[in-house]
Design a protein around this ligand. Structure first.
Ligand code: DP6
Length: 360
């Protein structure tokens, strides 16, 4: 499919008012998206586990204007309170998607949104937030064009969410989502995420993710700035090639349930992401001393316990601890005994692989 396939022809129905609500999950990348081209096209393909508990719930109430307005007309409430400072980001998003949803200036929207996790947790809400909003707007488009298939609905929701935030396109469906052209993955696209199309061993069906909140502060570097630093980066082309290779290696890992190889790929991806940040110009370090303490503890515990615990990181200091469900009791005890001390205010979030967004 190309961008043109997401431009609607003509709507068959009319809809004056309505309310729709979606709960969309966050996701954690195993092979990381870091670097992008114009129009939110990723520099390399990525793959993620959809999460279950960490999610954004968004309600959109819409009413048709007597006359289409010159600009977007919307009110925004975050956790019950009017949020003027979030509006520019939403406006940028609406501008980017208007060509694909031509009705946007014909309605007034009241957007109410909230997260299941604390706003100041250092967990990015852009993936779940943009996907929840994209789904609500797609629901209105489906009212206007009821013939739409579920497959098209999900693809276009992912396509629109990507234009809000790249990783958001991986937060529509579950449980493993791949985004970005990859020659060994049938159906993969730079334009939207797809459900991972090959066999996945049952050990990955209920994988756990405990998120250790090491630093709940605001991000030091926005992801847009970070992605841009991959232009003219001395190691960029090798890194992009490595992401393709890791995705290919994951195919047999997923099929066989090979946890030893899974750990190598996932931890190497996390450290490579941070290595890219440390070797860009300007350079920066987003890990904190406690991030490193936790990583070393995980490595010692893995060796001593013969479990398959591993870690991944996003563009921040928090640590995602990944492990199979059957090792949950042992790992949670280890986290409580040895890792919680490194979390800000002892905070962590227990999450697991999830199966995608839900209409409420
Ligand atoms: C490190 O999706 O937040 O989490 O497209 O600029 O909104 P924008 O970036 P964003 O980048 C996420 C980067 C990452 C890795 C990943 O999720 O793949």
């Amino acid at each position: 499919m190309t961008e043109k396939d997401f431009i609607p022809v003509a709507y068959t129905n009319d809809k004056a008012t309505g309310v729709v609500s979606y709960k969309a999950p966050s996701n954690i990348a195993l092979v990381k998206y870091w670097g992008k081209k114009d129009h939110q096209i990723p520099a390399n393909p990525s793959i993620s586990f959809t999460l279950d508990h960490c999610a954004t719930t968004t309600e959109v109430a819409y009413s048709k204007l007597e006359q289409a307005a010159g600009d977007f007309s919307f009110d925004l409430f975050f956790e019950g309170k009017s949020k003027e400072d979030f509006k520019p980001k939403i406006k940028t998003f609406l501008n980017r998607i208007e060509g694909y949803l031509p009705f946007l200036k014909s309605y007034h929207f009241i957007i109410r949104t909230s997260n299941s996790f604390p706003h100041s947790s250092g967990i990015a809400s852009s993936a779940s937030g943009m996907s929840a909003l994209a789904l609500c707007l797609m629901d209105l488009e489906r009212e206007l064009n009821p013939g739409m298939t579920d497959e098209y609905f999900n693809k276009k929701a992912s396509f629109l969410a990507r234009l809000g935030s790249g990783s958001a396109c991986r937060s529509i469906e579950g449980d493993i989502i791949q985004w970005g052209n990859h020659k060994e993955t049938q159906g993969s696209s730079d334009l939207y995420g797809i459900k991972y199309p090959y066999e996945v061993h049952e050990v990955f069906k209920d994988f756990q993710d405990t998120i250790l909140l090491v630093d709940k502060g605001q991000k030091q570097v926005s992801s847009s700035v970070g992605h841009n630093l991959m232009h003219d980066h001395p190691f960029a082309s090798r890194r992009f090639a490595q992401a393709h290779e890791n995705l290919f290696k994951l195919q047999s890992v997923f099929e066989e349930g090979n946890l030893t190889e899974f750990i190598k790929i996932v931890e190497s991806e996390a450290l490579t992401l941070h290595a890219m940040m440390m070797t860009s110009m300007p350079y920066f370090i987003l890990m904190k001393p406690n991030t490193l303490e936790i990583i070393n503890k995980i490595w010692s515990f893995r060796e001593a316990s013969n479990t398959h615990i591993c870690f991944t990181l996003d563009a921040g200091a928090n640590v995602h601890v990944l492990y199979p469900a059957k090792e949950k009791d042992l790992v949670i005890q280890f986290i409580k005994d040895e890792l919680v001390a490194y979390c800000e205010n002892g905070q962590y979030i227990c999450d697991k692989i999830g199966y995608g967004a839900r209409k409420l």
